[in-house]
Design a protein around this ligand. Structure first.
Ligand code: BG6
Length: 517
């Protein structure tokens, strides 16, 4: 699914600029991703990486940092000295004050040397692993320092959060677009880089037995759970301003929902796919009144509790968190996509920190066979399910009803699973590998376009505004539990329940799986 105009092997011959090179994201995700790409031959030989941050560092120190990060976080371990040096030789570091254009002029001179040394045709990828309020300044300094004057392509890769609400996102976008064209901006939502999120398209559009049923005639509801066991860790200051709504729902949750709900694109290319996704967000029934927010959304915050025998503090006791904070660490909602395909089908979404397991799963629950015929008359039939397991286990399973062997006509639920991450020899690329590779090839399919992002903020903003205006505070749930009881009630009121995640399932289900359950 690449944009034909830009696909070519040499498109990856580029200088990669990592702004925020001494930060956590670079260390945990970006350097390991670059190394994996290198090991798989996807960076080619003509590349250079320039680390940029305020802190002084020599090239050698920087290469040591990179080595350490790869040793700790990469799915490939650093090779022997000779191999390692062949890679590390492409890395250099420059201390940079992003507001000082002279520093960018020096960077330009350094870049031209690197391009000459490695034979790179002027392609430049700027990865901003920085706080969003710095995106505008960096863009302007890049232009004013002459960094956009080379003959190749220039691309800006930016991390979330893109703004705090629609007005701030809009002004950020305006600032960036004074320097970069929309097609040069790659806004990351790392969920879109996940193998199983990308796989949704294949599962839907390449299977004759799913797509014809993919509508309100046959689907009863869809459940999207993104559960985390971690608390806010050392990110209290950021998180307390953002909360689950801005940190997870506005981006990751909505992206998964759009992938499930979108129409088949007319062509498998970035713009057509993103057109369809925007249409889904625009079809979501707004949360426009306080009543909507109260009845269709659950806001929660963890209090102290325990998980696997370990005592955990409540959110308000975490570092850098206001002890009277009303920030939500849990969010659940009943969402409707008001279009012809989905009218009347509830999409239940929930995400939270300090839940009992780390798991992201999408459950598609099908409508039952008519209740008045054959087997359904005699016994309780469980619905058919299609479950897409996104993270950390990757795979899919379907749940069907079959006959229990024996004389009485008893029905037995059977779950048939393809566990992708259990397959020996499968070493799936990390989301960041895929995304850096795609950005370098100019494929923006799995990045968020501005209109998509704008629509997402416009959906989310009224929720935050209503919470504030009507002083709707989060309900507490003990750390290590599944969130406030109201989240269960959302489904119970409609006659459904959350399906257990992670294959912790009812006793009577027979599993057929390639994993060692
Ligand atoms: C990030 C959020 O975008 O996603 C974090 O800022 C969250 O709060 C993380 O923990 C979850 O990502 P993953 O890939 O670990 O599920």
């Amino acid at each position: 699914m690449t944009d034909n105009k830009t696909e070519s092997i040499s498109a990856n011959d580029a200088v990669y600029f990592i702004f925020g090179a001494t930060g956590d994201l670079a260390r945990r995700k970006l350097f390991p991703a670059l190394y994996s790409l290198y090991r798989e031959g996807k960076l080619g030989r003509k590349f250079a990486v320039v680390g940029l941050a305020r802190r002084p560092r020599t090239d050698l120190q920087f290469r040591d940092d990179v080595h350490e990060s790869i040793r700790e976080f990469c799915r490939y371990k650093p090779g022997e000295a000779e191999d390692w040096n062949a890679f590390a030789d492409h890395f250099s570091y420059q201390s940079l004050d992003i507001g000082n254009v002279d520093g960018f002029r020096q960077l330009k001179a350094h870049t031209e040397e690197l391009e000459a040394k490695f034979g790179i045709p002027g392609n430049r990828l700027f990865y901003l692993a920085l706080a969003p309020e710095l995106f505008g300044t960096v863009s302007h300094s890049l232009r004013d320092g002459g960094m956009l004057e080379s003959s190749g392509w220039h691309r800006l890769v930016i991390e979330k959060p893109f703004g705090y609400d629609y007005p701030s996102a809009k002004s950020l976008n305006e600032e960036i677009s004074r320097v970069f064209k929309e097609e040069e901006v790659f806004r990351i939502d790392h969920y879109l880089g996940k193998e199983m999120v990308q796989n949704i398209e294949m599962i839907r559009f390449a299977n004759a037995f799913f797509e014809p049923l993919w509508n309100n005639q046959h689907i009863a509801n869809v459940q999207i759970t993104l559960a985390e066991t971690v608390g806010v860790e050392e990110r209290g200051a950021y998180y307390n301003k953002s909360g689950a709504l801005r940190d997870m729902v506005q981006n990751h949750m909505l992206q998964m929902l759009t992938m499930i709900a979108m129409e088949a694109p007319s062509r498998l290319d970035a713009e057509d796919i993103r057109d369809e996704k925007v249409k889904v967000i625009r079809s979501i029934r707004p949360f426009s009144s306080a009543d909507d927010v109260r009845t269709r959304i659950v806001r929660g915050q963890y209090s102290n509790g325990s998980l696997k025998g370990k005592e955990l503090k409540g959110y308000r006791q975490e570092d850098s968190v206001d002890p009277a904070s009303v920030t939500e660490t849990f969010f659940a909602a009943r969402v409707f996509v008001d279009n012809f395909r989905w009218a009347g089908v509830p999409f239940y979404v929930r995400t939270g920190k300090r839940l009992p397991v780390k798991s992201t799963e999408i459950v598609v629950e099908f409508k039952n066979v008519p209740n008045n015929v054959l087997f359904a008359r005699k016994q309780d039939l469980a619905p058919n399910l299609l479950v897409i397991r996104v993270n950390p286990m990757e795979g899919i399973y379907i749940r069907i009803n079959a006959k229990k062997p024996g004389n009485d006509m008893t029905i037995q639920p059977v779950a048939m699973e393809f566990c992708q991450s259990c397959q020996i020899g499968i070493n799936t690329p990390e989301a960041y590998e895929r995304l850096i590779f795609d950005a370098a090839r100019g494929d923006s399919t799995y990045f968020t376009r501005w209109d998509e992002l704008a629509a997402a903020w416009q959906l989310i903003d009224p929720i935050a505004a209503t919470w504030k205006e009507h002083a709707i505070e989060p309900s507490f749930y003990p750390a290590g539990s599944w969130g406030p009881a109201q989240a269960d009630k959302l489904l119970q009121d409609d006659g459904y329940h959350w399906w257990p995640v992670n294959g912790q399932d009812e006793d009577n289900v027979i599993w057929v799986t390639n994993s060692e359950k």
